[in-house]
Ligand binder design. Structure first.
Ligand code: GAP
Length: 447
């Protein structure tokens, strides 16, 4: 059964109330398009990154990782085409002074005040400009990267030489990206500072069918990654680009789209970019970035398949998809791998030192192997409610009987079912219930 779609406001309110995500610089009125992750939000975000890295790097033998810098030579952006082309068309309303992206307008009238006083579209460059060093002049201009991909392309040669890989192989990177979006919004869907998880998967250019085979493989892999982390299948679909919608260099592009509260929107893009990016850097830098195959003695510039996903956009989708308002509680059905805490430990009462001491001991013993939290505030019902709202899959309660019987109650988030588990079996029981077996994933990434 598909869960009813929550409104964005409900999820924003929960995110704020429970410490997932707050507006940046809120005490000074906030800054548009920037967000802070709170105590549980940072755990969710780390888990999303870790799940991606595990699937895309750790469980594979044909992908290596890198962490390249945010500040790069402006020549990179000249070569990549960002300096020339990375802009959106914007339109201003002369009456209410609001600003819109031209592609978001459907008529001649301002969607905000209704007047027919819109300006002609003007290009608005989206890269953030800064200066490197003490001098603020044209020679010191630099840009905050608008995507992580270019760091991989410009380092391509050093990476394949030191990573000891040959095509087909991939390079993965997770890191911040910055875009001066005209209309940031829909919570963390479109921000000005965000994070990307990108894979550049390099494949031989010949035969051409190999490129398309890898493209199809990655669309499938990425779709399944979301399903494996619990996204409801009917909320995810593919948008296949064709004709004029396809970038001129791209052989194929497919977006994974999610059914957001505001409608279907891009979640992740998977693009077959041919040799476009490497060729641009070869032309602009004069450096030979082609791959030399020692065995066949062949030299070639590989084509690239690029799955590119926003960390924040993925966090938003996992929150929206997991949200459910039941009659007596709100629950986040987060996949255990993504849940901020895997288990919460409670003493039934606070005024019984034996019970509290036993709960403290159990939580400490679990801590090295599981992300746990201790909670003794309010009554047990309230604590369950709080953990349900942040998606904790299992709660452990130490009660009066625990002292004699050396067992505890384990309560499951989704079913609310409770079981007695002996203390000496607890750690293995929890780990087994929470940690997915990656053997199946290992099989599914095989080519
Ligand atoms: N290197 C290819 C590239 O950057 P993109 O479609 O511009 O492609 C890829 O971005 C992904 O990054 C998007 O599918 C989305 O998940 C995320 N993304 C892009 N702009 C974003 C923004 N302003 N805020 C949050 N996420 C964004």
């Amino acid at each position: 059964m598909v869960r009813p779609k929550p409104s964005m406001d409900e999820v924003v309110a929960l995110a704020k109330r429970r410490g997932f995500i707050f507006p940046s610089s809120e005490i000074y009125g906030g800054v548009n398009g920037a967000w802070d992750y709170g105590p549980v939000g940072v755990e969710l975000k780390r888990n999303v990154r870790a799940a991606w890295w595990r699937h895309m790097v750790e469980l594979r033998d044909d992908v290596v990782g890198v962490d390249t810098s945010i500040l790069m030579s402006p020549d990179v952006w000249r070569a990549s085409g960002h300096l020339e082309h990375f802009h959106d068309l914007m339109v201003d309303c002369r009456t209410c002074k609001k600003r819109f992206r031209a592609d978001e307008l459907s008529g001649e009238r301002c969607p905000s005040c209704g007047n027919a006083t819109l300006t002609q579209p003007r290009a608005f460059h989206m890269m953030f400009k800064t200066y490197i060093g003490a001098m603020e002049d044209a020679s010191s201009v630099a840009y905050l990267r608008p995507e992580t991909a270019q760091g991989i392309f410009v380092d391509f040669k050093s990476i394949y030489q030191t990573g000891r890989k040959k095509p087909p192989f991939g390079v993965a990177q997770i890191g911040k990206a910055f875009r001066n979006e005209i209309t940031p919004g829909n919570f963390i869907f479109r921000s000005r500072e965000f994070e990307q998880m990108e894979l550049e998967f390099f494949v031989p250019v010949q035969p051409e069918s190999e490129g398309m085979r890898w493209f199809d493989y990655w669309v499938e892999q990425r779709h399944n990654w979301f399903l494996g982390l619990g996204i409801q299948p009917s909320r995810l679909r593919r948008h296949v680009y064709s004709g004029a919608d396809l970038a001129h260099y791209s052989r194929a592009t497919t977006d994974l789209e999610y059914d957001f509260p505001f409608g279907w929107g891009e979640l992740e893009g998977i693009a077959h970019r041919a040799s476009f990016d490497l060729q641009r850097h070869v032309d602009a830098s004069g450096k030979d970035l082609s791959f030399f195959d020692e065995e066949s003695k062949e030299k070639f510039l590989p084509a690239v398949i690029e799955p590119s996903l926003g960390v924040d956009r993925a966090c938003l989708v996992f929150l929206l998809d997991a949200y459910e308002k039941e009659a007596d509680r709100t629950v986040l059905h987060l996949h255990p791998r993504l849940a901020p805490y895997k288990t919460a430990v409670f003493p039934l009462v606070r005024n019984k030192p034996d019970i509290v001491e036993m709960a403290v001991r159990i939580e400490r013993s679990l801590r090295p192997s599981l992300r746990t939290v201790f909670d003794d505030s309010g009554n047990v019902g309230k604590r369950y409610y709080r953990q349900d709202e942040i998606g904790t899959p299992l709660c452990v309660t130490v009660d009066y009987e625990s002292l004699d019987r050396q067992d505890v109650t384990v309560r499951e988030r989704d079913s609310k079912e409770q079981k007695r588990i002996s203390v000496d079996r607890l750690a293995s029981y929890l780990k087994h219930a929470i940690e997915p077996d990656d053997t199946a994933v290992l099989d599914s990434v095989a080519r």
